[in-house]
Write a protein of this length. Sequence first.
Length: 240
Amino acid sequence: MASLKHLDQRRALVLFSGGQDSTTALAYALKTFDYVETVGFNYGQRNVVELDCRDRVIKSLRDKLPQLGDKLGPDRVLELSTFHGLSNSALTDQTSEITTGETGLPTSFVPGRNLFFFHYAAVIGYNNYFGVLVGGMCQTDFSGYPDCRQETLSQLETVLNLGMETNFKIITPLMDKTKAESWELAHEIGGDQLVEIVRKHSHSCYNGERTALNAWGYGCGECPACMLRQKGYEEWRGFG
């Protein structure tokens, strides 16, 4: 048997989409670990505007919250053009309506997406000694995606460690939090400044709408992601 490759548990690689959850997870990682890098994925998503938002979030963290941003290393975006062709999802098809599919899952579900992303992140982690992979997945207030569940990611952690003979930890700080609790976590980590970064610069809307700034951020206000984000914000602020 090959010897175990020991990775550095003080170094974290964050799966960073530019959304509310991954922005909050990134802030958590910056507070918790000694050194952090980010990786994003261009897989043909209809809300591709989130990739532009990633840059604004990263710049704002460095400029507005240097106590966090100073720990932040380089960012990567992986081009996964073939993934779009493999997926039959409303999230990768601009013309499809987001509804409930025949399986009971939202048609925005992209089969295997998070599993795929973690495998790519693990390769980067293995080669760069990142012992921790961080994601913003949540099984409390979420759209029903099975690859956002704790059981799924616990099994995936085991698979990655078996397949690479190493000691990865998959950390999901929002896993059991409601969206209201996620807003509160952002406030605990970075106060009003971080809340404003999340509100103004992160992107959740499946339709890529960034015309008008709402109290809870930019978005159409009608897709499942916007409704969850708005509901959580209003509950956190005591409006709901």
